[in-house]
Each structure stands twice: as C-alpha cells, then as structure tokens.
Design a binder for this molecule. Structure first.
Ligand SMILES: Cc1cc2nc3c(=O)[nH]c(=O)nc-3n(C[C@H](O)[C@H](O)[C@H](O)COP(=O)(O)O)c2cc1C
Length: 169
C-alpha cells in the first residue's frame, strides 16, 4: 500500500473510543512507549516541547481514579453532585489499561496558546499511533483536571489540560 494511503486510512479511522468499550487485554509496554514517543514528533514553536505526560497504570491508576472521584466530590456543589458521576469517574480509570495526564509547560518563550496547540498536536500523534495499534483512546477534559495540579506535582507555569484514557478494544 502507498504511504499516503496508509496515512489516510489511519487518519480517517481515528476516533474516540471510551473506557466502557475497552477489553481487559493488556497494552504491551513497547506499544505504550511507541504511543507516548509519537508525541515527541509534534511541531512546536521555538522547540519548547511543551507537553508533559504522566503515565498511570496498575495501582497508580487506581489512586488517580480515586483522586479524580474525590476531586469531583470536593469541587461540585451538593445540589448538582451526582453519585453516579462520582462512581463513573473512578470506573473509567478502572476500565482503562492506562491513563496519561496531559499537561502543558508554559515556557514564556512563545504565547501560551502556541504551547497548548503544540500539546494538542502531540496528543493527535498519540491518537493516531494508538489507532494504528488498534488501541482505543480518548481525550477527557472533565472539570476535575483543573484541580489535579497538586496531585500531579505540577509547577506554577504548568497546567493539566486533560486525561488520555487507553485500552485495547
Ligand atoms: C480537547 C478535547 C477535549 C475533549 N474532552 C472530552 C470530554 O471531556 N469528554 C468526552 O466524552 N469527550 C471529549 N473529547 C472527545 C470528543 O468528544 C471527540 O473527539 C468528538 O466527539 C469527536 O469524536 P472523534 O474523536 O471520534 O472523532 C475531547 C476532545 C478534545 C480534542
């Protein structure tokens, strides 16, 4: 198959696949490494490489799930709090093989939107690589991400802009 056709097929096949559709099959370490590594090839102005990822698997992933649920409880007004949402948040992490936090490092060298744009392109590279490996994934920007900074150990010039859930389909 022509290179251009392979690329077109992967781009067009990419879609968001949610944890409820993931199987319990493992994602191999080398495949996960390939997905994360693809991010490093995204264009970035002044070579700031603004994306910061943390990979959560196994027990660390369970802790992240519990933390997300707790943050939802702490930051949601009681009159809009839903027990189902509270349970669903941790369940998404449980049903995923891996969760990757997506953060941006604002270097001050270029406008902040450029660092966010470069990070989004890095995430697209991960989406496409996951698609090529028949791994489901999606970017979540659930409100709790804005309260994750301390848990992730982010610095003042860094911001979490999402969570990337992955699992074999
Ligand atoms: C920046 C960003 C944030 C997103 N946040 C969420 C989210 O919080 N919840 C969700 O269900 N999907 C989220 N998505 C996935 C979109 O809903 C999804 O990309 C859209 O429905 C198009 O579907 P596709 O990815 O299969 O083409 C997000 C996507 C992007 C790019």
């Amino acid at each position: 198959m022509e290179k251009t056709e392979v690329l077109k097929n992967i781009i067009e096949a990419r879609k968001s696949i949610y944890p409820k559709s993931y199987s319990t099959e493992e994602i191999k370490d080398e495949v996960l490494a390939e997905i994360i590594n693809a991010a490093n090839f995204a264009p970035n102005h002044k070579k700031t490489k603004p994306w910061r990822f943390k990979v959560f698997r196994g027990e660390e992933k369970n802790q992240l799930g519990a933390q997300l649920a707790e943050l939802y409880k702490q930051t949601t007004r009681p009159e809009v709090f839903l027990e189902k949402k509270f349970l669903d948040i941790a369940d998404k992490a449980a049903k995923s093989n891996t969760v990757v936090s997506i953060s941006v490092n604002f270097s001050g060298l270029v406008p902040e939107w450029e660092e966010i744009a470069a990070t989004a392109m890095a995430v697209q590279n991960m989406y496409l690589t996951a698609t090529a490996h028949e791994i489901g994934c999606y970017w979540s920007s659930h409100q709790v991400i804005y309260h994750l900074g301390e848990f992730l150990g982010l610095e003042d010039h860094q911001k979490c802009i999402g969570l990337f859930y992955l699992g074999k389909v």
